[in-house]
Design a protein around this ligand. Structure first.
Ligand SMILES: Cc1cc2nc3c(=O)[nH]c(=O)nc-3n(C[C@H](O)[C@H](O)[C@H](O)COP(=O)(O)OP(=O)(O)OC[C@H]3O[C@@H](n4cnc5c(N)ncnc54)[C@H](O)[C@@H]3O)c2cc1C
Length: 455
């Protein structure tokens, strides 16, 4: 039996925890937020892969036994992130095998080998003679109701007291401790560690101060926040397509809603008429429908210096290969806190004079992808790919893949997930680094291969 620590209670961390428990290991999962924290952040979005592909056979079997087969979603059901969490991930986390083993609000800050600095024990077997040590920060909250008289009292102890309406006092305690482990599975995902929207992947001028973390996520597109406003969407992937299609839908009811979509042209002009590369004969129908809708909207409003002026009047205007040079918080004509945006047309091939150099917009959604947080394993020996920042052996296999369809991917076996640091594995979406082709199906396969080999 090994003591296994799993970082992150997302779908892959939970699948790994359950399988490891079924195989008799001593397992603890540390989760910085709630179970499935990241998926809940985009809970309103529908997954394009069906439930059968997003869940393991050991997870479904354990749940069927515990709560009955009929309580599970059908294999072909397309669930939203929230439904997937409520109907599968939370019940999974509550199985008897995992009770008392999932520690929410417990963030892993860093991992090292006990008694070994990074520069010590290089290349030998000495490091594996000592366990891993993980620094955990646990946040707990206590709530109490006080009478009006108590409100003037100073907050007690070292905690910070905050008095809310209805005389409720919420106190937060932060505690640090060290946990030891024989094996560490880093399943902490990449969301929400975002990329930058500026040209070449660096922040454009004003971006670091002008945008907040929330601007890089997938917001719920509702009338209250977006109706009859001008929104810039940046990005060429399925997240950007999701935002653009939802905003265009809103524009049907609120006709002054406008989307300015900054997305690269597809690599080959023959591939599609819009920015999203469609997978030939895509078996994930929902994904293909999203790509087709987004491309149709973009091609109607494709804006260049040679396009007809009508392009500007479509609800979605596509600025292909145009970068954002700078953004500045500005008061818009609606007396609203928006942005002044300066454009860079230098990449847009064949342009003469720049047709538009400045814009004033109300909102910016930067769906420009996510990257792994590598700081937690900085003290370990991990050989990373210089392009994707995923573990090198897996990254090399992935870079060799030619198909645009992530459905054709396999997990490439447990050996490619080994690191120079023995018994440290990066699984799930984080194992792909900045490569956005990860599918849950692959992560479940990784779990099977790695966990079943743990001694
Ligand atoms: C909008 C969107 C739609 C997607 N749709 C699909 C789809 O249809 N089909 C599909 O197969 N894939 C899809 N994916 C891709 C992928 O499957 C998901 O991102 C999935 O959530 C990855 O699972 P994970 O367990 O690897 O990571 P996550 O779900 O990101 O879970 C990681 C967990 O680790 C926690 N954590 C992070 N850092 C720490 C730390 N230091 N200490 C403790 N805990 C930590 C987080 O809070 C989180 O709970 C989609 C992704 C997005 C963003």
């Amino acid at each position: 039996m090994s003591r296994i620590v799993i970082i992150g209670a997302g779908p892959i961390g939970l699948e790994a925890a359950l399988l490891a428990r079924q195989l008799g290991h001593d397992v603890h999962v540390f989760e910085k937020g709630r179970v499935a924290e990241n998926i809940l952040d985009w809970g309103h979005v529908q997954l394009f892969s069906p439930f059968g592909m997003n869940s393991s056979e050991w997870g479904r079997a354990a749940l069927a036994k515990a709560i009955g087969e009929n309580s599970l979603p059908r294999a072909d059901e397309l669930l939203t992130g929230r439904e997937f969490t409520e109907r599968y991930l939370i019940p999974l986390s509550q199985l008897p095998e995992l009770v008392g083993r999932i520690h929410e609000h417990s963030q892993v800050l860093t991992i090292s080998r006990r008694h070994f600095r990074k520069t010590e024990g290089v290349g030998g077997t000495a490091r594996s003679s000592e366990p891993f040590q993980l620094l955990i920060e646990q946040t707990s909250t206590s709530r109490s109701v006080i009478s009006t008289d108590d409100m003037d009292r100073e907050p007690r102890g070292e905690s910070e007291g905050r008095i809310l309406a209805r005389h409720e006092v919420v106190e937060q305690y932060v505690d640090e401790r060290i946990e030891l482990a024989d094996v560490v599975l880093d399943c902490s995902g990449t969301y929400p560690h975002h990329n930058w929207l500026g040209d070449g992947g660096m922040p454009c001028c004003g971006e670091r101060d002008g945008l907040t973390e929330a601007d890089y996520r997938l917001p719920m597109i509702n009338a209250e926040r977006f109706a009859n406003l001008i929104t810039i969407v940046v990005g060429s992937g399925f997240s950007a397509a999701t935002s653009v299609v939802a905003l265009a839908e809103l524009a049907r009811h609120a006709p002054r809603t406008k989307v300015l979509w900054f997305a690269k042209s597809p690599p080959s002009q023959t591939e599609s008429a819009g920015p999203i590369v469609r997978v030939p004969n895509d078996s994930l129908l929902a994904r293909d429908q999203l790509a087709a809708k987004a491309n149709a909207l973009a091609s109607l409003g494709h804006f260049t210096n040679t396009s007809s002026p009508e392009a500007k009047h479509h609800p979605v205007v596509w600025f292909a290969d145009v970068a954002i040079k700078s953004l500045t918080p500005t008061q818009t004509c609606r007396d609203f806190e928006g942005f002044g945006v300066e454009l860079d047309w230098s990449r847009a091939a064949g342009q003469g004079s720049d047709p538009l150099s400045r814009l004033i917009v109300d909102r910016i959604i930067a769906n420009v992808g996510y990257r792994p947080d590598r700081s937690i394993y900085e003290e370990l020996h991990v050989h990373e790919c210089y392009a994707t920042q995923g573990p090198i052996k897996l990254a090399a296999k992935l870079l060799g893949e030619t198909s645009a369809d992530c459905l054709t991917q396999t997990s490439h076996g447990g050996d490619v997930l080994k690191n120079p640091e023995p018994n440290f594995f990066i699984l799930g979406s984080k194992s792909y680094g900045r490569n956005s082709n990860f599918l849950l199906r692959v992560g479940i396969e990784q779990v099977r291969e790695v966990v079943s080999r743990i001694a």
